[in-house]
Design a protein around this ligand. Structure first.
Ligand SMILES: N=CN[C@@H](CCC(=O)O)C(=O)O
Ligand SMILES: [Zn+2]
Length: 412
């Protein structure tokens, strides 16, 4: 029932009180203990301190963390981990010069994944998704949000959300489910957007809520996808059913979508590759978490979220993977943290804050995840022997994780 981690060279993200997020200049501060111990009891963080003051715990299971860094598991607040098949052909098409938008116009992109998903049995989708979830757990993810959005039919969306529910029931990681029926307009609704949004609101949402399958609602608010007004209808409908919004916005264009999300009390606004001064102004003082997805920028060669400008304006920032078959076929949060440091010029402290406590906030899990705090879930990363946590983003292609504990249990 009790496990002691001792001789920890650096214990990161140690917070005495339950803070829910860090913003602006606070993001540069990553509280840590050197030469520390941490006690786990019943899957929770019971206590921690310095080795020089360690109480006599007597006989209990011990893990020697000499030379190792221990930190909370990554909190990946934006993924599309449940999908069927892959889009490797579009990857090669992009290498040969087509853009994401051009591929989508030819019927590829999201509609391509929707076609495959609707043709694939639920059990197959589950098995494919299990492999991805197991992989990201080994890569240190202990809490994750997963979206629907490749069904685009009532049955397809329910199928995806049921798969997410099965993952929740069968795995110890914390999972939040987001309904993303408003991901793209199916071909048959291309010239009748209102009819598709009516279908989402009048048929999909009630069915999803009846089975209690979603925690949040999402829409792809973007030129050529869902307009500000259309996304506002979705957010309002979600609110009626008690589903706060987490919105894809400002990936390619800035069309005042962020202001609409803040007005609707969105929990997060995600992507933000294109950010205007007006967008930054509306986020100031709001409770909405901006979420950057740098491995998406990397994979499809679009701009990176202007982290320095946003942090200088006092905003918080979270980092997530966007794991999906089209724009980011990777759920590796270590790579996200490294890319944020290398390409967005976030410091390691800022990037780790963004990938832990702020990520937890962006999926409503800040009370239980994202920091080393007494009473929080003992989901922890133990690194291989390293000299400092700076090595995590520095050695961007190496796997520096030795062990992962989820709710106090070592992954096998
Ligand atoms: N941009 C919208 N949705 C996904 C990509 C979906 C896809 O291409 O399959 C994203 O977040 O990047
Ligand atoms: Zn996404």
């Amino acid at each position: 029932m009790q496990t002691l981690l001792n001789n920890i060279s650096q214990l990161l993200q140690v917070r005495d009180t339950h803070i829910d997020k860090v913003s602006g200049a606070e993001m540069a501060h990553l509280p840590l203990l050197e030469n520390a111990w941490l006690l786990i009891e019943h899957g929770l963080i019971k206590d921690f301190g310095l080795m020089e003051d360690i109480p006599d715990f007597g006989m209990l299971k011990k893990i020697d963390c000499s030379g190792r860094v221990v930190l909370p598991t990554w909190c990946d607040s934006h993924t599309h981990l449940v999908y069927a098949g892959n889009r490797v052909r579009e990857f090669v098409d992009r290498i040969n010069g087509l853009t994401y938008e051009e591929i989508a116009k030819r019927g590829g992109g999201i509609l391509n994944s929707a076609k495959i998903l609707n043709e694939t049995p639920e059990d197959d989708i589950y098995e494919q998704s299990v492999l991805r979830l197991e992989e990201v757990m080994r890569q240190g993810t202990g809490a994750i949000e997963i979206k629907s959005g490749y069904g685009l039919t009532t049955e397809g969306e329910l199928k995806m959300l049921r798969v997410i529910k099965r993952l929740k029931d069968n795995f110890p990681v914390a999972i939040k489910a987001t309904f993303l029926g408003a991901h793209a307009f199916p071909a048959e609704f291309k010239s009748d957007h209102t009819a598709y949004i009516d279908l989402i609101i009048d048929e999909m949402l009630p069915a999803i809520v009846k089975e209690n399958l979603a925690d949040y609602i999402d829409a792809f608010l973007e030129t050529g996808y869902f307009s500000v007004e259309e996304a506002e209808r979705i957010m309002s409908a979600g609110k009626k059913y008690g589903l706060p919004a987490k919105i894809h916005v400002n990936q390619f264009t800035a069309i005042s979508g962020i202001a609409a999300c803040v007005k609707h009390g969105a929990l997060s606004v995600d992507h933000l590759e294109i950010v205007t001064d007006e967008d930054i102004e509306v986020l100031k003082g709001s409770e909405t978490m901006p979420v950057a997805l740098p491995s998406c920028s990397f994979f499809i060669s679009i701009p990176y979220t202007p982290a320095r400008k946003m942090i200088a304006a006092g905003l918080p920032l979270a980092l997530a993977t966007d794991f999906n078959p089209g724009t980011t076929p990777s759920g590796n949060m270590n790579l996200v943290v490294a890319t944020a440091c290398i390409k967005m010029k976030m410091t390691p402290e800022e990037a780790i804050n963004a990938a832990t406590i702020n990520g937890a906030y962006a999926m409503g899990l800040a009370q239980t995840h994202g920091s080393i705090t007494r009473g929080k879930t003992a989901s922890l990363i133990i690194t291989k022997p390293i000299s400092t946590y700076y090595q995590l983003p520095y050695a961007f292609g190496s796997n520096l994780i030795e062990d992962v504990l989820i709710q106090g249990e070592l992954l096998s």
